[in-house]
Design a binder for this molecule. Structure first.
Ligand SMILES: [Zn+2]
Length: 385
């Protein structure tokens, strides 16, 4: 209440009471947001917007693929998201290099970190790709080949889903991907891959679901579990002990029913710093009964508040602090991206990335039209007023 933020040169320089800040900074340009809420802007730390989404959403060719990618990024920004964790997995239709993706977003008012990965898709015959081999399919043996794994590790900015412990259904129907969920690696292979990442000073994350896969991930020493659909209470306890981070995707993303509000509460109660992410673009999982979706149209990062809301409200009824709850879509994912010293909170010294909204995102509002302004590094980049 009656708060103010002072911003200079793209950074937050002071946070406090308006009357006090006014005295400290006479003559400063004032933006009056007095009937609105100011929060950190949102962070979606697990998305597939540049590689998979363009051809799923638009009739693009290689010439226009990255143009579509940028349009999708604008949609994310207008949803209050100023930082993304993008996965580059390798794709049969994309011959782009990681540099091509980096260059495509370099001048956008948006912070994009990249996780380079390999991917295994659960077709009748498993299909594997990697970010470093681009559109060429690889064999299962190549997935664990140290040279390829090192190349993936070297180019990865943060622990995204660097490896798919279970074959993924991707966005295919159950019929098309009968082997979705199958565990692709042995424990020794996983340990080998984790060691390569750690020797290069990189944290590693994985796509994983189901008790068996999650147990392998925990025992192999992964730093971040993405999805972890079906994680047991005992495994949550173990994850907490190992200080493993957890990126929940309540809209879908694996062969199992996604994280329910109850499961997210259970992790929260164990003291695990959970992040919620969209994994966009995705068709909503048919068993995610806590979400309002009908049908299987692909959903994007503009759904981040909506898919987080049931869990956020449940945490609120359990007495958790609003800031701690909001951190699931701001500070915690910024931490996963390794950017906790740059953004994710409203604190002096951090980048001035924040929202002016009609309520607290996810708790009081879930429609992106209620986000009136988005600021990135002190510049207003979205304005709905
Ligand atoms: Zn994903």
């Amino acid at each position: 209440m009656d708060g103010a933020i002072a911003v200079s040169n793209g950074k937050i320089t002071a946070v406090g009471n308006w009357d006090l800040l006014k005295q400290q900074s006479p003559g400063i340009e004032v933006i009056d947001c007095s009937d609105k809420v100011i929060t950190p802007s949102l962070v979606d730390c697990h998305t597939h917007l540049l590689e998979f989404a363009p051809s799923s959403l638009h009739p693009v060719t290689p010439e226009t693929h990255l143009l579509a990618g940028k349009a999708i990024m604008l949609q994310a920004l207008s949803s209050g998201i100023t930082a993304l964790g993008e996965q580059i997995c390798g794709h049969p239709l994309c011959e782009f290099s990681l540099e091509d993706y980096r260059n495509a977003v370099a001048d956008l008012p948006l912070d994009v970190s990249f996780a380079t990965t390999s991917i295994s898709i659960g077709f009748e015959e498993l299909a594997h790709f990697t970010s470093v081999t681009r559109s060429r399919p690889v064999t299962q043996a190549e997935l664990v080949q140290p040279l390829i794994v090192s190349e993936i590790a070297k180019s990865s900015d943060y622990p995204g889903e660097n490896i798919f412990i279970n074959a993924t259904p991707a966005n295919f129907t159950a019929k098309e991907v009968p082997r979705a969920g199958e565990v692709v690696y042995s424990l020794d292979e996983l340990k080998g891959i984790v060691t390569i990442f750690h020797r290069l000073g990189k944290r590693i994350g994985c796509h994983v679901a189901g008790e068996k896969g999650i147990q392998l991930a925990l025992e192999a020493g992964f730093d971040v579990l993405h999805h972890a659909h079906g994680i047991t209470s005992k495994q949550l306890h173990y994850a907490k002990e190992l200080e493993v981070d957890f990126v929940a995707t309540p809209m879908g993303g694996t062969h199992l029913r996604p994280n329910s509000p109850k499961e997210i509460l259970a992790a929260f109660e164990k003291g695990i710093p959970i992040s919620i992410s969209t994994d966009a673009y995705l068709p909503p999982h048919p068993e995610a009964f806590w979400l309002p979706f009908v049908g299987n149209t692909l959903k994007g990062p503009d759904m981040l508040m909506l898919i987080s809301q049931p869990s956020m409200l449940l945490l609120k009824t359990h007495g958790y602090d609003e800031n701690e709850i909001l951190a699931m879509i701001t500070a915690n994912p910024a931490n996963i991206l390794g950017k906790e010293a740059c953004f994710g909170r409203i604190e002096p010294g951090l980048e001035a990335n924040f929202l002016v909204a009609e309520g607290v995102p996810g708790l009081e509002i879930s429609d992106i039209k209620q986000i009136m302004k988005v600021f990135f590094k002190g510049k207003k980049v979205i304005d709905r007023e």
